[in-house]
Design a protein around this ligand. Structure first.
Ligand SMILES: [Zn+2]
Length: 487
């Protein structure tokens, strides 16, 4: 007995030893030492330019008739005057209101790159105007903060790139590799008349880009509990989307004499089944890489879990799946959004219908999701209808060991110093779904810092950016253009 207790004791000590030593080894990866650079720019002038850009009401309304085309033309005219070197030295092609600039490189044998953003913005939700501390389209600069729609999404990206290019041209910089700059006018409507046209044009000219950089994630400040440094997630993929209709059928009739199972009851049960049976996911591939990188900076206890997935993978999976933000990184998500049933309170419906939106993880195809849903809910009385357009697959996953990724990471470190850099997954859509067709690799990342407070500004209220933050982003764009256009 005593011997057995001793054996168990030694085994427990051994396991604890393994857990701790693996945790200690799960430390930040040694990154290439990058020298932080001092990059002189005229910060006040740049802030003024962003402020002016915000004043053009370039809203992408859902209905074409509501769009103020003159505002887009005015913005384009303003850019021509504000960035004279860009317009003198680069070749401009206009595709509808999207602007494509070609910056000729010295060496035509090198594959070009494309850096892009969009200058259209979403409307301000009617009734929320009063909630803005400064009006959304006046570009007020108050106490070092630039206010207005587009301050983060994505006029800061477009103006940031204009500023970077103008400054480099003034300094006589000439790229080795050809650079394309593209500024979209309809990203918020899917980019069908802008980015899609640009991709089509490049394809017709036989251009295959080495890589592209578009809007995406940001440098996240204090958004992950216990992680102190800024976390730059460079998104290497974006999720797809499909909306399926779940249709429950039953006999109709008068509501005074309902059957035991009504269409609505059957539908409700089907939705609960779907929520209880999420599309399988977990810490593999891109998600694994991302959490592996970030967890190295976490406090001891969560670090212990990530460092010892041989023991804690289930626990981790449960924990990450229980939070909506991390769950969305791990799997295809299930979101019932719209319901319809009877047209009258005393009439039983013969069909009750739910629209369920799935955001597709790169590991799943649209068909995988349809198969999963059919298996979970389809029966004699429940039908799964697939929309005619079929849904949009997730993007390819770009290589985070490639040159473009390294350029973006290095440029970020040159400006921000020590930063956690990790590949990430974009949950929303971007114009890159079009550009990806003519590029070896595509990245989605804005080199500006955001806090959780800033998140409400995206498509919401009180969108703003500090002047200092905007300036750091411009510096990073300068480095991305310089480093990216080299050999
Ligand atoms: Zn955007």
């Amino acid at each position: 007995m005593k011997r057995l207790a001793m054996v168990v004791g030694v085994a427990v000590l051994l396991v604890i030893g393994v857990l701790i030593s693996r945790t200690l080894m799960h430390a930040p990866n040694s990154t290439e030492i990058v020298e932080k650079l001092t990059i002189e720019i005229d910060v006040a002038e740049a802030a003024q330019h962003l402020s002016e850009a915000i004043r053009y009401v370039t809203i992408s309304h859902q209905s074409e008739a509501d769009i103020d085309r003159a505002a887009f033309q005015d913005f384009i005219d303003w850019a021509r005057i504000t960035y004279p070197e860009v317009h003198q030295q680069l070749q401009l092609q206009r595709l509808n209101d999207t602007l494509l600039y070609r910056w000729q490189g010295r060496d035509d044998t090198l594959q070009p790159i494309l850096v892009t953003g969009h200058y259209d913005v979403v409307p301000v939700i009617p009734g929320t105007e009063e909630k803005w501390q400064h009006p959304p389209f006046e570009g007020v600069i108050d106490n070092g903060v630039i206010w207005g729609r587009g301050a983060l999404d994505d006029k800061s990206g477009v103006i940031g790139l204009f500023e970077a290019a103008e400054l480099l041209l003034r300094q006589g910089f000439q790229p080795e590799r050809t650079i394309y700059l593209s500024f979209g006018h309809d990203e918020e409507l899917g980019g069908t008349n802008g980015a899609s046209e640009v991709a089509g044009l490049l394809k017709s000219e036989g251009v295959q880009l080495a890589w592209t950089l578009d809007e995406g994630s940001f440098l996240l400040s204090k958004m992950l509990p216990g992680v102190d440094p800024l976390v730059a997630t460079i998104n290497v993929a974006e999720k797809g989307s499909v909306t399926l209709l779940i249709v429950a059928k039953a006999d109709g009739g008068h509501s005074s004499m309902p059957p035991k199972n009504t269409a609505v009851g059957i539908l409700a049960a089907a939705i609960v089944r779907l929520e209880d049976n999420p599309v399988p996911g977990g810490l593999s591939g891109l998600s694994a890489q991302m959490f592996d990188e970030i967890s190295r900076y976490m406090p001891f206890m969560p670090r212990l879990l990530f460092a010892n997935q041989w023991l804690f993978s289930r626990l981790l999976d449960n924990q990450l799946s229980s939070l909506s933000m991390t769950n969305a990184m791990l799997r295809t998500t299930t979101a019932p959004t719209m319901l319809s049933g009877s047209i009258k309170t005393n009439v039983l419906p013969i069909e009750a219908i739910a629209a369920v939106n799935f955001r597709i993880h790169p590991r799943d195809s649209v068909q995988d999701v349809i198969d999963h849903v059919r298996k979970a809910v389809e029966s004699d009385v429940v039908e799964v209808r697939v929309p005619e357009y079929g849904g949009r697959a997730a993007s390819e996953v770009s290589d985070w060991n490639s040159e473009g990724y390294a350029v973006i990471a290095r440029s970020t470190r040159e400006v921000y110093g020590e930063v956690v850099i990790t590949p990430g997954l974009m949950i929303a859509g971007s114009d890159t779904r079009h550009y990806g067709k003519v590029a070896d690799n595509s990245f989605r990342y804005n080199p500006f810092v955001v806090t959780s407070e800033d998140l409400t500004g995206f498509h919401g209220t009180n969108e703003k950016i500090t002047v200092d933050n905007f300036a750091q982003g411009i510096r990073t764009y300068i480095q991305i253009l310089k480093n990216g256009s080299g050999r």
